[in-house]
Design a protein around this ligand. Structure first.
Ligand SMILES: NC(=O)c1ccc[n+]([C@@H]2O[C@H](COP(=O)([O-])OP(=O)(O)OC[C@H]3O[C@@H](n4cnc5c(N)ncnc54)[C@H](O)[C@@H]3O)[C@@H](O)[C@H]2O)c1
Length: 351
């Protein structure tokens, strides 16, 4: 079948084997969209988990109307991106591929330069050449850096990143803005706040802690537990991306040139927080995890880590007024779903 002929149904999702990407792909396939997934299955964390997510896509989307195509390559690879343009001429692009992780960016900065800057630049060119009508990309709550004003609002200054990861995400926002302005590509940057849930990321606290708790090993509790995160359940994130996918960013006709902020623009470029507006304390989070895993944690209290932020808290008014976003899964339900999945998926490791 010549998929180019049906190009209005072709959506490219990069980072498709990732935590957020794989959940999004399942949702889009169920809507009947044709999804072209790209992922390099790198070994930043266990590639078997990425492969298992790809299997999960096939299983969960079995019988759905949408067509699923997967390509294993890096977004730094322009030649391969050109082949995707030739084959599918997509009109919607969702860029989730990135080198994630705040702490790792201190040890391996090159990975962030390559994926998040060179790769992201290639994706912008890909959007330009395909005359893309809606571009969505992952930013992060980490752009708020050392901000002390809470909750974090999109109009707050994000000019003081405290890690290269955060700097790369802020760079993505301004890079996307320039393309949106120059080539009129409607673009939406979503600042995700600590996403958790089934099929999560092994480098993030829920999985690191669950693993150590079940092995009866000590967990590192940074800043002596005085930390807060605005945890956001995976389904809420996916719902927000899906809604933005079918509502391209618009120009702000009332853009204030004398008091500009990055969240809206004279170009069709918008930025939104996607969080829960409900910061959970680190110790409260550990309590809930212990309860759901049925094992007490051994806590090792440590000072704050470089690059880390003490508290995140999302103001979600803006995304609520744009797509009526409201988090639907509360923390107690979300942690229970995460713990159930974790125990099942890793059951053989703990016998
Ligand atoms: N999970 C969170 O809490 C969170 C919070 C804020 C922002 N984000 C952002 O959301 C996006 C998705 O995050 P996630 O949690 O699903 O992470 P993830 O690491 O599970 O998914 C990213 C996927 O992209 C792939 N990838 C990385 N670099 C690539 C490259 N150069 N070319 C092709 N594929 C590449 C990886 O193999 C991985 O499967 C990322 O951009 C991340 O920075 C995530």
């Amino acid at each position: 079948m010549n998929l180019k002929m049906k190009n209005n149904k072709n959506i490219v999702v990069t980072g498709a084997a990732g935590f957020i990407g794989s959940a999004l792909v399942i949702k889009l396939l169920h809507r009947g969209e044709n999804v072209i997934g790209i992922d390099n299955l790198n070994n930043y964390y266990d590639p078997n988990l990425k492969k298992a997510r790809l299997e999960q896509i096939k299983k969960k989307a079995f019988g759905s109307k949408g067509k699923w195509h997967f390509y294993n390559f890096s977004i730094e690879n322009n030649k391969k991106l050109n082949e995707i343009s030739e084959l599918y001429a997509p009109k919607i692009v969702i860029n989730l591929a990135a080198q994630a992780g705040v702490r790792n960016s201190i040890e391996n900065p090159k990975d962030y330069i390559n994926s998040n800057l060179v790769g992201f630049g290639n994706i912008l060119e890909f959007c330009r050449h395909n005359n893309v009508q809606n571009f969505i990309y992952a930013s992060s709550s980490s752009v708020y850096g050392g901000n002390k004003k809470i909750p974090f609002k999109e109009s707050d200054s994000v000019d003081h990143p405290i890690s290269l990861y955060a700097a790369s995400k802020k760079a993505n926002e301004v890079m996307a803005h320039s393309y949106s302005h120059l080539y009129q590509i409607p673009s939406t940057g979503l600042r995700f706040f600590t996403v958790y849930g089934p099929w999560g990321r092994p480098d993030m606290a829920p999985m690191i802690f669950a693993n150590s708790i079940l092995r009866k090993q000590a967990i590192n509790v940074f800043n002596n537990g005085d930390m807060y995160r605005d945890f956001t359940f995976i389904d809420d994130i996916v719902n927000a991306i899906e809604a933005c996918c079918f509502k391209p960013a618009q120009k702000d006709e009332k853009f204030d040139f004398l008091q500009p902020n990055i969240s809206t623009s004279f170009a069709p470029h918008m930025i939104f927080n996607v969080g829960s507006d409900n910061p959970i304390s680190l110790l409260g989070f550990i309590d809930k995890l212990e309860e759901n895993l049925g094992v007490k944690a051994i806590k090792k209290f440590l000072p704050m880590q470089p690059g880390d932020v003490q508290k995140t808290w999302a103001d979600i008014e803006s995304i609520n007024s744009w797509i009526k976003y409201r988090p639907r899964v509360n923390f107690d339900e979300g942690i229970a779903m995460f713990a159930d999945w974790y125990k099942l998926y890793y059951q053989d490791s703990f016998q």
